[in-house]
Design a protein around this ligand. Structure first.
Ligand SMILES: [Zn+2]
Ligand SMILES: [Zn+2]
Length: 417
């Protein structure tokens, strides 16, 4: 393939980039990307991939344009209300760039059709808006060996990761199965900032372009978490999980199936723990510790020296207003273990107060405020942070961590608020 005069002009800002050049632009024109969902994420991705001259773009979506979509699904206009999204979207894409062949599929992606659809594309963009679909895209791409970009958005927060099957951590390495129904609110229940969808969809398009060009570093083995209110981007490093039900050593999932979200009854099963899976906020927690709570925690830590003290912090919206000191059953200066009955009683009390468990805290009488290997091994409660009070230097140092798949990530801790 060689570029004609019009193409040389159209793509001139690409072509002058040494990383793209004429050869790179030809790769894009020969490339193919499937966008699953022509909604908030799919709209900006489709516009930019068309503009970039990705030669074949597939678009799968079964829905029609609704008035409430227009706040973020920028490929559709007011005049498109009631029309199939794939028709509305493909028209805009071809208006932007007639070089692009758009294949439209007015279906939902299902376990039955997924492999047949994605086989024709080099890279997949997951622009779906519900957990069963996200797991289906992840599984289908795994079985087809197709790289894909996952993204999720809610309220003011987005997350994205790129997966290259066989090489990098997959979506199920992070989240083994969909959360129970209603454990995590959807955008229609909790709202979403329109422009957030644009940011995340553009990040996904960037990954697709880089993949086709074979340039740069893909967002693999890292979950990028974007907080629009704080204007912060954070990369959370991840590892392939050898117990992953999809890509692990002994995978439980060996064929595609449509995932269902189970009704949420996990509270009772887990003995009063908050429901597992708070996917959107899991990696984005912040802990504020009220002054009285902070003082009680330091006091309990000092009193226990030389042993480790431990307990719980309760509250709401990341603000710890309740302090609990529990017995360290190990009576050790090296590690702690809590008595489950005591722990459950404290959690029950928090719930009576309209609160939930935000943190498990413990002290390090003579070691730094870092998660020890033992601490990490015991950190299996999802949706909370682990707070460590170090007395090593004489002045208490308090730090908090989220732990996922054995990787501690420090969270912001605001003390004595
Ligand atoms: Zn995996
Ligand atoms: Zn420790």
């Amino acid at each position: 393939m060689s570029l004609n005069d019009e193409q040389i002009e159209r793509y001139s800002r690409h072509i002058i980039l040494p990383e793209v050049g004429g050869a790179g632009q030809e790769r894009l024109l020969a490339g193919s990307v499937l966008i699953v969902g022509a909604g908030g994420l799919g709209s900006p991705a489709a516009l930019y991939l068309a503009a970039a001259g990705v030669g074949h773009i597939g678009l799968i979506d079964a829905d029609e344009v609704d008035l409430s979509n227009l706040q973020r699904q920028v490929i559709h206009t007011t005049a498109d209300i009631g029309r199939p999204k794939i028709v509305s979207a493909s028209e805009k894409m071809n208006k932007i760039n007639p070089d692009v062949k758009v294949t439209t599929i007015k279906q939902r992606l299902t376990a039955e059709n997924a492999l047949d659809i994605i086989k024709d594309y080099q890279f997949i963009i997951d622009g779906t808006d519900n957990f069963p679909s996200k797991f289906l895209v992840a599984d289908a791409c795994h079985f087809a060996g197709k790289p894909y970009s996952h993204a999720g958005i809610l309220r003011f927060s987005g997350q994205t990761i790129t997966v290259v099957p066989g090489h990098s951590a997959c979506y199920r390495c992070l989240f083994q199965r969909p959360p129970p129904l209603n454990a995590v609110p959807s955008c229609s229940q909790a709202g979403v900032l329109g422009v957030l969808a644009g940011v995340m969809g553009c990040l996904q398009a960037t990954e697709a372009v880089k993949y086709l060009l074979n340039k740069g570093k893909l967002l693999t083995d890292n979950l990028l978490v974007y907080d629009a209110l704080e204007m912060s981007f954070r990369k959370v490093p991840l590892k392939k999980n050898k117990n992953c039900p999809l890509c692990g050593e002994n995978p439980a999932i060996t064929a595609l199936k449509d995932e269902e979200q189970k009704a949420c009854d996990s509270r009772e099963e887990a003995g009063g723990m908050p429901p597992p899976h708070t996917m959107m906020v899991y990696h984005n927690m912040k802990l504020t510790i009220k002054k009285e709570v902070y003082n009680s925690m330091i006091e309990a830590a000092l009193e226990a020296v030389p042993l480790e003290a431990c307990g719980l912090l309760g509250g709401n919206d990341g603000i710890a207003t309740e302090f609990y000191s529990l017995n360290n059953a190990d009576a050790s200066s090296e590690h702690y273990s809590m008595i489950p009955e005591e722990q459950f009683a404290a959690i029950k009390k928090m719930r009576q107060n309209g609160n939930r468990m935000l943190s498990i805290w413990h002290s390090h009488p003579a070691s730094p405020a870092r998660m020890s290997q033992e601490d990490i091994k015991l950190a299996f409660t999802p949706g909370i942070v682990y707070t460590i009070v170090s007395l090593e230097t004489g002045t208490p140092v308090v730090r908090s961590f989220e732990v996922h798949d054995g990787i501690p990530v420090e969270t912001e801790t605001i003390l004595k608020a």
